[in-house]
Design a protein around this ligand. Sequence first.
Ligand code: SF4
Ligand code: SF4
Length: 346
Amino acid sequence: MTERDRGLDEVHVLWISEGMSCDGDTVSVTAAAQPPIEDVVAGLVPGLPTVHLHNKVLSPTVGGEEFLAPFRAAARGELGPFILVIEGSIPNEKINGEGYWTSFGNDPETGQPLTLNWWIDRLAPRSWAAVAIGTCATNGGIHAMAGNPTGCMGLADYLGWDFTSSGGLPIVNVPGCPVQPDNFMETLTWLLHHAAGSAPPPPLDELLRPQWLFGKTVHEGCDRAGYYEQGDFAGDYNSPKCQVKIGCWGPVVNCNVPKRGWMGGIGGCPNVGGICIGCTMPGFPDKFMPFMDMPPGGSLSSMMVKPYGAFIRRMRGITNRTVNTEPKWRHNREALTSGFDPAWRP
Ligand code: SF4
Ligand code: SF4
């Protein structure tokens, strides 16, 4: 048997966005271009298995039981291999009092809501791969702030960080608030190539994030990093200069958005005037608040870079004027003054 023969021909994607969320990750992914989600579903990306997508926003069903049918079949163990995508943070239903925090469909026998946790308990162990999309599903996000009543958390906090799917894969975390659309689609496409037997599993870091997407900081890819290096800082949000003094956390945040842009390569928070508030990070939002205040380390680093930056900026200004001047032998006088000497020999 070849590698391809051992791969999967068909994969379902069971995408539940009934975690505590704004559905922003689903909306974000509709803007993906590398590859577009519709190309994956339409079979236009070579080498992938046939993909059956079950997402409520992108569903061709009329909703209700028709939409729930594949999820119910999977919970009974009657659906083929599937990738479980969880969107939104997972509440602690052990502390829900008399009610429930979030649900997805009802139990047909009792008419009672089926909680997200009920679904995860049944679907995650059967899934070929389990993916947390967005910061809420990866680490809890905004709903998991200090003082929240739901005790909510990310998928790995809920299932255990050492969880492995039936396909032998750890949870795959793709954070972002919302997720950068191409980051998610690139990861999903890698997983689908792995399902087809044509690629190894995606390499993940210790926080289960794709290494190639979250290995560098915002600052390392920021359009404004040259200003930082020259100690040239914005004093308000209208300035094109480095925003560290007005609340940017880019130097310590793992995210590729400034390099990748947001839609079609355009945008990317600090590139277009938005401070980085660390939305991809496990400590988000608590450790980055109050937003728009200078990060604690920003004061020291910007103070230290200032004298070096001011000197370098002055030197570069002089050199810049020099290289903006043409060499003196470019003239229309009668003598050649470029130094050319036909009689010269070494
Ligand atoms: S705006 Fe933020 S990410 Fe960009 S150079 Fe300044 S501190 Fe770094
Ligand atoms: S640059 Fe910062 S705020 Fe923007 S998406 Fe990345 S982590 Fe979030």
